[in-house]
Design a protein around this ligand. Sequence first.
Ligand SMILES: N[C@@H](CCC(=O)N[C@@H](CS)C(=O)NCC(=O)O)C(=O)O
Length: 212
Amino acid sequence: MANYKLYCMGESGNAYKVALMLDLCRLSWEAVWVDFFHGETRAPEFRSKLNEQGEVPVLEHGGKRLSQSGVILDYLAEITGKFGAKSEDERREIWRWILFDNHKFTANLATLRYLVQFAKTGETPVTEFLRARAINAMKIVDHHLGDKPFIIGERATIADLSMVGYLYYGDELTVPLGGFVNIERWMDRVKALPGWKHPYDVMPRKPGKAAS
Ligand SMILES: N[C@@H](CCC(=O)N[C@@H](CS)C(=O)NCC(=O)O)C(=O)O
């Protein structure tokens, strides 16, 4: 029986951040598919039983139930001793980037992808606004990675797993990744970590699109 239960769906980059960490740490886990596209995260039962914030990922482990990918990553880093901080300065630097990720990087990329890819809004002033903000955030990250292989320096941490997660959805993001050379190299470095898998290969998708 798996030790960790992750409530997720393949389309969720935020859940993928946690799935990736679980796989890179070789932890035994099972995915519980959440029917996001039919409103499960908005249902009273989900909010009362799993997460009052109405979001995946949710991780259950050892009697604990955790949400917010950054908090879950921090929890797993503490338990495994992998991909975490080795000093207080590193801890602050990791959180500085996870907060930037949640506020500006993932936030804009994910909302843009949702509108164009899943809600099929077509191009609108809102998608233009979000794409411009996503590209601005990507410029900041690309510049930051100009002189270091990973977000806080020489080794991968949970800050990388948080920030890179959505980027493997590629064309679905409707943002040109091609111009961001440092980001592309960074994605390749994370991809080269033993245990890496694409999001659609680790988490179940909507019916008819099961994980391979
Ligand atoms: N900051 C949160 C964001 C989580 C999030 O936005 N999850 C999305 C799926 S990727 C969700 O469950 N949304 C449900 C909804 O908005 O109804 C995290 O990092 O865990």
